[in-house]
Design a protein. Structure first.
Length: 223
């Protein structure tokens, strides 16, 4: 450690914008585990879950802690899209980025007994009538999962504005919606669906949707 480098002098609070088990919660817990295991902070680290508005509620809370280096938050791209869509007036320029620790891939999931057997069938359905495919999305309109869905729909020739989407504060809630048959398709972060995929309750239609869909559609003669 360099001389004069800042060190926390009391408990550190790490804020996650999803409920326990959600896309921001899991990496936050993994980070805390590493920090404590290797004694990198020298103070306890407390996790605070503040779900809602695609992380917007958590960032609103962070805004009240201006100037306090003992409060940090796990971020996601919705910090940009929330402002653009008018969900929040919080400008990401007011935040200080510290580190980019990981990358998440979107996954499109269906029930194991779904008639959507592959990406080709999904694209045919979206093209024919995008509004007839009920979709569970986490965690906010305008996020990367939504963008992947919109680009896939547009590439298929479907009407993006016709999409019927139920938005959930956590991928775990969106997954449950699909498992229960209340939505036909789930668009979430890939790692969130691992338990249900391993149990055979769900099937992955595609991962890293935008690139995979483009490649697949070309092979099907739809590109």
């Amino acid at each position: 450690m360099q001389s004069g480098q800042w060190r926390p002098i009391r408990e550190v609070e790490l804020v996650a914008g999803t409920p326990p088990g959600g896309g921001q919660d899991r990496p936050a817990r993994a980070l805390i585990e590493v920090l404590e295991k290797f004694g990198l902070v020298g103070q306890t680290v407390r996790l605070t879950n503040i779900p809602g508005r695609g992380g917007g509620n958590a960032w609103d809370y962070l805004r009240t802690k201006g100037g306090d280096p003992h409060v940090l938050a796990v971020n996601s791209p919705t910090i940009i899209s929330n402002k653009l869509l008018g969900v929040s007036d919080f400008d990401y320029d007011a935040l200080t980025p510290i580190a980019n620790l990981y990358t998440e891939y979107p996954i499109f999931i269906v029930r194991s007994d779904s008639s959507i057997a592959n990406v080709g069938e999904l694209m045919r359905r979206l093209k024919a009538d995008a509004g007839k495919v009920r979709i569970a999305l986490a965690t906010a309109i305008g996020n990367t999962n939504h963008i992947a869905l919109a680009r896939l729909t547009r590439h298929a020739g479907g009407d993006v504005r016709a999409l019927k989407i139920d938005v959930f504060d956590s991928a775990r809630y969106a997954i449950a919606h699909v498992v229960e048959g209340k939505a036909e398709l789930g668009t979430i972060t890939a790692v969130s669906a691992v338990p249900e995929l391993e149990k055979g309750q769900l099937r992955a239609t595609l991962i890293n949707a935008v690139r995979a869909a483009t490649d697949k559609s070309r092979k099907l003669g739809q590109g």
